[in-house]
Design a protein around this ligand. Structure first.
Ligand code: SAM
Ligand code: SF4
Length: 335
């Protein structure tokens, strides 16, 4: 049984039972909103967590109340020892899931099933093949679509992550929602967020209100159903009545959801981050390798967590690049 107050409870009473582990900093796509145009300085291989270290660190978190782990990256399925990592993690009493760009799903589908992974978040920002290259800089559209169907045919619960950007894909919002008429998918529209090197500018972002306006213009109000949000939601969810799937909006910029935050992150080089927006990281891997206890470090990191977006409460603070330039690129954090 999880103790009522653990080292993972912060000063605002939020219990962090959800750990997102980044498996690597590399990727087989180059999404422009995620990977800086000049690439990133990769951590030396020796400073990345091995499969055994990932398991041991995850075990410490599980002993302290984590019951949900998501594997991310970079592209998690690119890691050669991915099968070993998921097999080990699947022995823990957790719900295990992954976030992937989908390219290597067919290669790993058996191990995903064997590891009892049921929920997969797949990133896909356009339904138009020729546009896929302009955002990812790679030609993998058909592969991703085939693997999306492979997952559905194998009864995985799939959420499709769509980062919306002005002038690129805001004209596909309704097409994505229409996909849910006959497919049991959850589409999740994500407001474009600022990270080092991604040239974020609020004018490029498509806001929650803009998304909802488009929905209300395309469907009659009595057909748009607001669904009950999950306890620790990131997406505010909706459904078009009669459609098989649903859709949600992750509005980290215009309507944050920090009150119910239960998420902590472990980067591929073994650093804990208490908030996606935070510039601060606490190294767990070095002390772990030195045989030292890491529980006090975890506790301190959680205690330092700010109430809202690493202390960036207002929109003007988000607009100030000085406040988030110290944060690593999304590809190196693990979304
Ligand atoms: N490679 C995997 C993938 O693309 O799903 C996992 C890692 S990726 C960093 C995780 C999620 O972060 C993806 O859904 C991606 O769209 C999202 N993401 C990356 N950069 C973002 C940004 N600047 N704003 C909002 N979401 C972002
Ligand atoms: Fe790679 Fe995912 Fe980032 Fe795209 S969003 S560059 S697929 S890590």
């Amino acid at each position: 049984m999880t103790p009522s107050k653990t080292i993972l409870t912060d000063d605002f009473g939020r219990k962090h039972n959800y750990l997102r582990i980044s498996l690597l900093e590399k990727c087989n796509l180059r999404c422009t909103y995620c990977m800086p145009a000049d690439g990133i300085a990769l951590s030396p291989k020796a400073s990345l967590m091995t499969a055994d270290e990932i398991f041991a660190l995850a075990q410490t978190f599980v002993e302290n109340g984590v019951d949900k782990i998501r594997l991310t990256g970079g592209e998690p399925l690119l890691r050669k020892d991915f099968p070993e990592i998921v097999s080990k993690l699947s022995t823990l009493e957790i719900s295990l899931s992954i976030t992937t760009n989908g390219i290597l799903i067919d290669r790993h589908i058996d191990i995903l099933k064997q590891s009892n992974i049921k929920k997969i978040n797949l990133s896909l920002d356009t339904l138009i093949a020729s546009k896929f290259h302009s955002i990812t800089l790679r030609n993998q559209f058909e592969k991703v679509i085939d693997n999306l169907h492979l997952l559905l045919n194998n009864n995985f619960q799939v959420k499709v992550n769509v980062v919306l950007m002005k002038g690129f894909n805001e004209n596909e919002i309704i097409d994505f929602i229409k996909l849910t008429e006959f497919l049991p998918l959850s589409i999740r529209f994500i407001e474009f967020m600022p990270f080092a090197g991604n040239e974020w500018d609020r004018s490029k972002m498509v806001s929650q209100n803009e998304i909802l306006s488009q929905v209300e213009e395309s469907f009659s109000l009595d057909k748009i159903q607001k669904l009950e949000d999950e306890k620790h939601f990131t997406a505010r969810t909706y459904k078009i009545k009669g459609f098989q799937g649903d859709f949600g909006i992750i509005s980290s910029i215009t309507n944050p959801f920090c009150d119910g935050c239960n998420r902590i992150r472990l980067t591929a080089n073994g650093k804990i981050k208490n908030c996606l927006f935070s510039n601060f990281e606490t190294d767990l891997l070095t002390p772990f390798r030195n045989g030292e206890s890491i529980t006090d470090l975890i506790s301190e990191s959680i205690k330092n967590k700010k109430k809202v977006r690493a202390g960036m409460v207002t929109v003007s603070e988000i607009d100030n690049p000085e406040l988030h330039l110290g944060n690593r690129s999304m590809i190196a954090i693990g979304g």
